[in-house]
Design a protein around this ligand. Structure first.
Ligand SMILES: Cc1ncc(C[n+]2csc(CCOP(=O)(O)OP(=O)(O)O)c2C)c(N)n1
Ligand SMILES: [Mg+2]
Length: 579
């Protein structure tokens, strides 16, 4: 509501006049009524006052240096909390900067709402050249789950409610909400305004699977000789950790966590097949996917990765269209993960047979072999460090602080950290997700710290870090417990490439001997240059103990990395060598 009158005389006059409210207050009240108390954004025309008034109303308004990172923060806040994260941007360029995050949220099934101010509709639609003119709604539509525009203050409540429901119900995703600048000062009767607000009842309704779908899945699982469970980030998102653990343990089947599902059950769990990935994908006969899609990350469920033996897939997903997307799904179980997993548990009854012993022992032998092979490389004390030498100490950091949140991006820095660092708790590993997108680092780190209050360790390739590096100022400004480790190998994949055509730097290399640690010092944070695993460990421990914003420049051998990390095969290959 608008401010009430100050003096008794004013109060009397105010009594006589109708109480009014406006668009600014209605947006804020519509969000807070639905438990949304944090906004990530960048100010400017026409949304600066919305941010100010939101702060005045007690909301947290986290101001970024670039909208993409505010958007990434909102999207990962959505993943961590199951409530839509909100990103607030200005019109046209600010909106476009936020779109990458919105599209990425949709691809990754993170619930997020991009709220953007926009210019005068009448001028935009006649293309008369307004300030920051753009038909934002039309542009956002193909990149998100749903897109809405509100033209009247009286519709703000419904607009926000629709956005929330669209973001979190069914398969979650990104939603766009267009608020033309004109709507904010629109005044309506306060009582009518209050009545127009909607508290969304049961925003993500349970979707229970059909009983015969559950029976079909259990029958296949029971008959399997070499069963496998694949846990995806949908399973992590669901926040039904105990049920998933019960299901996995009751079946006794090896499980393979996808990157952001690591820690749902500890990577050190005896059934974890993370270190035997290629064996279990090749040799399994029945595979149960829980909140994991058969996209490129699982080689589309076919080809060399999956071996020659025929596969039977069971898939648990909330989205019916996901079934048969790449290969035949013999037992689709459509519903929300919580309902599906508990239906499976109920259906298993009390005398479920134990998993085939020869398969279990084959998987664990492979896993122990691979772990033993990697151990000496993780213990390397070489300087300059190679990836695994540096990761060895960071692995210990997470083992000692399993509640810390790990943010990770890069190529070699990503792929090697994923396999080297065991996770112990759910939703503690946040990374580049489905697209393998660079630039999520600092946005994710900020939101992880804001939403959970836990310490954050961001392990960043030097290229990856550069995409969001300016947000170290944001981290310092809010004094967040974030420790960034930049794996500085002077380039993308490696720092040793030479320009084949001239004297300018090669396409993939960066400034030699760069000191990223100096960047954070400009904003009052702590910078450390680490050249050995021991120095790295001490610096990270100090940062995690103090909770002070820290950036460690970890000097990595420029020759250590490989092209595209572990996915070099995805580069187009010439059929014949060029003459
Ligand atoms: C938005 C975006 N732009 C470009 C890429 C292509 N890309 C993949 S990994 C990568 C950076 C790899 O270098 P770095 O982060 O230094 O990791 P390293 O392998 O050197 O450890 C780039 C630019 C991408 N994935 N996303
Ligand atoms: Mg690099």
């Amino acid at each position: 509501m608008l401010e009430t009158a100050a003096s008794p005389a004013d109060a009397k006059a105010a009594d006589a006049e109708p109480q009014l409210t406006n668009g600014w207050h209605l947006v804020i009240e519509a969000l807070t009524l639905n438990g949304i108390n944090t906004i990530y954004g960048v100010p400017g025309i026409p949304i600066t006052d919305l941010g100010r008034l939101a702060q005045a109303a007690g909301m947290r308004v986290i101001s970024f240096r670039h909208e993409q990172h505010a958007g990434n923060a909102a999207s990962i806040a959505g993943f961590l909390t199951k409530k839509p994260g909100v990103c607030l941007t200005v019109s046209a360029p600010g909106f476009l900067n936020g779109l990458t995050a919105l599209a990425n949220a949709t691809t990754n099934c993170f619930p997020m709402i991009l709220i953007s101010g926009s210019s005068e509709r009448e001028i935009v639609d006649l293309q008369q050249g307004d300030y920051e003119e753009m038909d934002q709604l039309a542009i956002a539509k193909p990149l998100c789950k749903a897109a809405f525009r509100v033209l009247h203050a009286a519709d703000i409540g419904i607009g926000v409610a629709r956005a929330i429901r669209a973001a979190v119900s069914g398969r979650p995703g990104g939603v766009y909400l267009d608020l033309p600048g004109k709507i904010f000062p629109q005044v309506i009767d306060a009582a009518a305004g209050a009545r127009s607000l909607v508290k969304v009842v049961d925003p993500a309704p349970a979707q229970r699977p059909a009983p015969d779908a559950v029976t079909r899945a259990l029958n296949l699982l029971k008959g399997a000789k070499r069963p496998l469970i694949v846990l995806g980030k949908g399973a992590a998102y669901a926040q039904v950790d105990d049920q998933i653990r019960s299901l996995v343990e009751k079946t006794g089947i090896p499980f393979l966590p996808m990157s952001m599902a690591k820690g749902l059950l500890p990577d050190t769990h005896p059934q974890c097949a993370g270190a035997a990935r290629s064996t279990v994908l090749k040799d399994s006969d029945v595979v149960m996917l829980i909140g994991a899609r058969l996209n490129w990350l699982l080689s589309h469920g076919k080809g060399k990765t999956w071996g020659d033996a025929p596969k039977t897939f069971i898939q648990i997903d909330i989205e019916p269209k996901e079934m048969d997307s790449n290969v035949e799904i013999a037992a689709p179980v459509v519903g929300d993960i919580g309902s599906c997993v508990s239906a499976l548990l109920d259906g298993m009854g009390g005398n479920w047979p134990s998993a085939p012993a020869d398969w279990i022992s084959a998987v664990s032998t492979k896993r122990e072999d691979n772990i033993a092979k990697m151990a000496p490389r993780l213990a390397s004390t070489k300087s300059p460090m190679d990836f695994l030498g540096a990761l060895g100490v960071l692995r210990t950091v997470i083992k000692e602080r399993p509640d810390a949140i790990l943010v990770n991006e890069g190529a070699n820095t990503l792929d090697l950290a994923r396999s080297a660092i065991d996770m112990y708790q759910p939703r503690k590993r946040l990374d580049v997700g489905t697209w393998g997108v660079m630039g999520i680092g600092m946005g994710f780190a900020v939101a992880a710290a804001i939403e959970t209050g836990k310490p954050v360790l961001a392990i960043e390739g030097d290229s990856a870090f550069g995409f969001s590096g300016m947000e170290v100022e944001t981290i310092c400004r809010y004094n967040l417990p974030v420790c960034i480790v930049v794996f500085n190998n002077s380039g993308i994949y490696r720092g040793t490439d030479v320009n084949p055509g001239g004297p300018e730097p090669a396409f993939t290399v960066f400034t030699k001997d760069a000191r990223y640690d100096k960047m954070i010092e400009a904003f009052g944070g702590i910078g450390v240059n680490a050249t050995t695993p021991d120095e790295l460990k001490r610096a990270v421990d100090a940062a995690m103990n103090s909770g002070r914003p820290t950036l460690i420049n970890a000097v990595i051998d420029p020759a250590a990395g490989s092209e595209s990390g572990s996915i070099g095969r995805l580069n187009p290959q010439a059929a014949a060598a060029k003459k």
